[in-house]
Design a protein around this ligand. Structure first.
Ligand code: AMP
Length: 117
């Protein structure tokens, strides 16, 4: 799928719409989800025009995807989630519940999240 520069995360990166940012560096921006599913719900997005979903990743993407996971775990720790635990999610496509076509990682925590399903 070609990247849509009008998607909501692209607009957040361009500061066209506000976001409650909790972390940013040269590769990623992390902000609070506008419709949280847990007491702490943060979305971590790569800067630029990444693949639209995990389905488009290939081996060449492994280094930055790995760093995305590391960043997310650090952000979770900074948010005080490390002791009790948290969930990292990459949604993919319609059945995965993906609504924004800019690859991203969710951090969910702050309560027992229960089994997947
Ligand atoms: P997904 O369903 O995996 O594509 O995740 C997209 C997430 O982006 C959803 O959890 C939305 O609530 C969240 N979201 C959409 N628009 C905004 C926004 N303007 N600010 C923060 N989060 C948003």
């Amino acid at each position: 799928m070609p990247y849509d520069p009008g998607n909501v995360f692209a607009r957040i990166l361009r500061d066209e719409i506000p976001s409650d940012r909790v972390y940013e560096d040269d590769e990623v921006v992390a902000f609070r989800d506008i419709a949280p599913h847990a007491p702490t719900h943060i979305v971590v997005i790569p800067r630029g025009e990444p693949p639209t979903s995990p389905a488009e990743l290939d081996d060449a993407d492994a280094p930055w995807v790995g760093r995305l996971v590391v960043r997310a775990s650090r952000i979770a720790a900074e948010q005080g989630l490390a002791h009790d635990g948290y969930r990292l999610i990459l949604n993919c496509g319609a059945h995965g519940g993906q609504t924004v076509p800019h690859l991203h990682m969710h951090i969910l925590g702050g309560r027992p999240l229960g089994p997947l399903g």
